[in-house]
Write a protein that binds this ligand. Sequence first.
Ligand SMILES: O=P(O)(O)OC[C@H]1O[C@H](OP(=O)(O)OP(=O)(O)O)[C@H](O)[C@@H]1O
Ligand code: HPA
Length: 177
Amino acid sequence: MHQFENIEVMISQEEVAGIVSRLGKEVSEEYKGISEDLVVIGLLRGSFVFMADLVRAIETPLVADFMAVSSYGDGTVSTRDVKVVMDLNTSIEGRDVLVVEDIVDTGNTFSKVLTMLENRSPRSLKVCSFLSKPSRREIEVPVDFCGKEIPDEFVIGYGLDYAQKYRNLPYVGILKV
Ligand SMILES: O=P(O)(O)OC[C@H]1O[C@H](OP(=O)(O)OP(=O)(O)O)[C@H](O)[C@@H]1O
Ligand code: HPA
């Protein structure tokens, strides 16, 4: 039993599993028969839980790599100053690339990351985000594969944190203060 109080469940563990399974099918279909392994890039830290589940739901041959960026620090407000804390080990030039994110909120993080990755000349570049908050968007970013659109609430769990806590919740919830 998870020992957390004051959390309202928004997306249950069962619903999370259903979303991941659907996304796995959509991604597998999109990249059916590609000639070279798909490069799947997880944006740390938030995506690590979703990434682990998603790659196992994808049937396409793939290689996984990670990039660490941070914009929210320990708070709930974007600093809009996106820092690359750790870069990729893989060259993506001429490769099919799928970037995996836990949430697209204002779009600032993804916008910066996508520009950076585009400059490395991948063959294709697509985005898979577990959650999206369209009403909060400040910059338009393409979300090619979207798990679920949610309202403007600060969510935690399934990789998402508040001050680095709650990432280990197996569901997505809202903190009740
Ligand atoms: O669309 P945006 O408004 O830019 O917000 C989305 C980003 O914010 C969170 O990252 P955070 O900076 O909290 O780092 P983390 O991945 O380590 O949790 C989240 O993981 C996304 O990367
Ligand atoms: O709702 C959120 N929860 C956790 N981290 C976030 N980063 C952007 N939006 C969120």
